[in-house]
Design a protein around this ligand. Structure first.
Ligand code: AMP
Ligand code: MN
Ligand code: MN
Ligand code: MN
Length: 277
């Protein structure tokens, strides 16, 4: 059987549309043989995903995508092969849940000022026991006919600098990496080109990331062209980082981002799964 790795995706435990079980089932149908569930700031979906993984024969890697700050910017760090029971990590997810709840109240207040009411109750209900994310606000704005797509919701209200944007203090980058590595996991910089950093800033970030114990970088994410893959491969080589690959799948609406639909990792890049126990 050909191995197919997808090491980044989301379930209803954060802002994905599928339950953990449905997500694992879909990955299996798409030919994925190893899947990491990496919900935003939570590991709550892992037990359900693990049950379905055992039933289908797919290998589930315990993961998380932590929201972090460095130099006043937000970076996402994926943890792979983590131990959800590791106390500092478990406590961190509770803290981040609190931060997300508080932020949601502030976003809702900003929307009220735009005469859009009821947002907090709606996103809280939609998220259920899962993490409240801006994606929930985007879906609420669509449901109330304020926008027609998630992209439009971000462009008009939710993105940095827009009317309902709330600057948020997440976890400090180095600390977040220590929660991952302390739990036995591998820390991976998620979607490195999405931060729109200059080459100089990217190198400063990677130096700090590596110093703090980071070991991997997402060389392959969905919708990357050959040039972009080359750019990230060069960073991986320069900073001696292993390469990861993940779709960042959230829902089936986006036809271009499907579980397992990924270019192969370039041959000269060390695969991050070789670091996983
Ligand atoms: P949060 O972590 O709550 O700030 O939400 C961030 C999430 O919003 C990301 O993980 C994406 O899933 C989603 N997101 C960010 N920007 C956009 C965008 N322009 N269009 C659609 N979804 C977005
Ligand atoms: Mn997301
Ligand atoms: Mn992300
Ligand atoms: Mn993600």
């Amino acid at each position: 059987m050909t191995e197919l790795y997808d090491l980044h995706c989301h379930s209803t435990a954060s802002d994905g549309a599928l339950s953990p079980a449905e997500l694992v089932q879909r990955a299996h149908q798409q030919g994925v043989t190893s899947l990491a569930l990496t919900d935003h700031d939570t590991t709550a979906g892992l037990p359900e995903a693990q049950l379905r993984a055992a039933a289908t024969g797919i290998k589930l890697i315990a993961g998380i995508e932590l929201s972090t700050n460095w130099q006043d910017k937000c970076f996402h760090i994926v943890g792979l092969g983590i131990d959800p029971a590791y106390a500092p990590l478990a406590e961190a997810t509770l803290m981040l849940q609190g931060i997300r709840l508080e932020r949601a109240q502030k976003i809702a207040l900003k929307l009220e000022k735009k005469r859009i009411s009821g947002a907090f109750e709606a996103v809280k209900k939609a998220a259920g026991e899962g993490m409240i994310t801006r994606t929930h606000f985007a879906d609420f704005l669509i449901s109330q006919n304020h926008v027609s797509t998630q992209q439009e919701a971000f462009d008009r209200y939710l993105a940095k600098g827009k009317s309902a944007y709330v600057p948020t203090s997440w976890a400090e980058l180095e600390l977040a990496i220590s929660w991952i590595t302390g739990s036995g996991g591998v820390a991976v910089l998620a979607h490195p080109l999405r931060y729109k950093l200059t080459a100089n800033w990217m190198k400063r970030l990677l130096a700090v990331f590596k110093d703090a114990g980071g070991q991997g970088i997402e060389v392959i994410t969905s919708r990357m062209n050959a040039d972009e893959i080359q750019v990230v491969s060069n960073y991986a080589t320069q900073f001696k980082l292993a390469g990861s690959m993940g779709s960042d799948f959230h829902n089936a609406v986006n036809q271009w981002v499907e579980l397992g639909r990924l270019s192969p990792l370039p041959k000269n890049i060390k695969p991050v799964w070789e670091l996983l126990g």
